[in-house]
Design a protein around this ligand. Structure first.
Ligand SMILES: [Zn+2]
Length: 329
């Protein structure tokens, strides 16, 4: 049933055998995303009961027919179900697969102690990337990487404004932008989070209100890239904060999806509006390498036992977190 936190139940599930092409993974760590909270909503494509979870790390329990994987291998799961043979998949754009489904949204999620996953969704982890850190990466860090690095061409010295700076993807975007040597301006509505954002390398932290574009332009002289995690509340403000030729990346619609816009702000300033839906397997692999090299250290807010997933979601809903909320299986 859709509903509030009380609809979440932890229960025994029937063990199922892996299908052809699948491997069985023993879960170790997961992380909570807004999509988990939306998972309780009465969306037309949601069938109840349903399982949460788009971010999961673990070890291989049964490698099935795989010639590459062994029992005990430490792995991270790519959270998009993709066909592997459509025109998008053949050009390595799995996040645009024509039959794309997100685990934990369109299809059942990963949050179970044992889960069967297509082998093509498995990424083996380097020895120096912990299962705990890995679980923070798939949704938040891959989306930020895909948007900033791949789609917007992040490079040293440019200026980035992050709208919704203290959530998982906002913090990820800040860390990635700083790792590339960009100047970063960001936002939060909570004072204690400003200090954390400055420590991570933000040059200034703004409140979100009508004066935001003026305040940004005063501090930075307008920005090259806006990374928006909030939606209708902030996209119009973001567009007005951009330089001519600037790029706005939209990754979510937490505050709503509809807004009005003066098109003159777009065409007369040569603005690029970019939608970014998660990222590709290659983007996730790049993020893992950035963590392995020490360039990025995921920010973990807290760790809950998996049977306290309702408490973990509550923390996210109340916005008392900074960075990623993890679950231990
Ligand atoms: Zn496909």
């Amino acid at each position: 049933m859709p509903g509030n936190l009380e609809v979440i139940k932890v229960r025994e599930a029937k063990e199922t055998k892996a299908n052809q092409g699948e491997v069985m993974v023993k879960a170790e760590f997961g992380s909570v995303n807004h999509v988990d909270i939306w998972g309780r909503m009465d969306y037309p494509w949601h069938r109840f009961p349903r399982r949460f979870g788009s971010d999961l790390s673990g070890t291989i329990d049964d490698p099935g027919m795989s010639s590459m994987l062994r029992r005990g291998d430490r792995v991270l799961l790519y959270p998009i179900k993709f066909c592997g043979s459509c025109e998008m998949c053949l050009s390595a754009n799995e996040n645009s697969c024509l039959s794309r489904e997100l685990y934990g949204d369109h299809v059942g999620g990963f949050f179970a102690q044992m889960v069967n996953v297509p082998e093509k969704n498995i990424i083996k982890l380097p020895d120096n990337v912990s299962l705990e850190n890995a679980a923070a990466l798939p949704v938040a860090y891959t989306t930020a990487w895909h948007g900033l690095v791949v789609r917007a061409g992040l490079k040293p010295g440019i200026t980035v404004l992050i709208l919704g700076g203290s959530g998982g993807a906002g913090v990820a975007a800040l860390q990635i932008a700083r790792a590339f040597g960009a100047r970063v301006f960001t936002t939060t509505s909570q004072h204690w989070k400003s200090e954390r954002l400055i420590k991570l390398g933000a040059e200034a932290v703004f409140e979100i209100n009508e004066k935001l574009p003026d305040n940004v332009i005063k501090s930075s002289g307008s920005v090259d890239i806006v990374f928006d995690t909030l939606g209708s509340l902030t996209v119009p403000l973001g567009i007005r904060s951009l330089k001519r030729g600037g790029k706005l990346i939209s990754i979510a619609m937490t505050t709503g999806s509809d807004f009005s816009l003066n098109l003159r702000d777009i065409y007369s300033n040569n603005i690029n509006v970019i939608g970014a839906y998660l990222g590709t397997r290659s983007d996730l692999y790049d993020v893992i390498r950035a963590v392995s090299s020490g360039a990025i250290k995921p920010v973990i807010d807290s760790l809950f036992p998996f049977d306290e997933v309702a408490k973990a979601q509550e923390k996210m809903e109340k916005r008392t977190h900074f960075g990623k909320i993890l679950l231990k299986f």
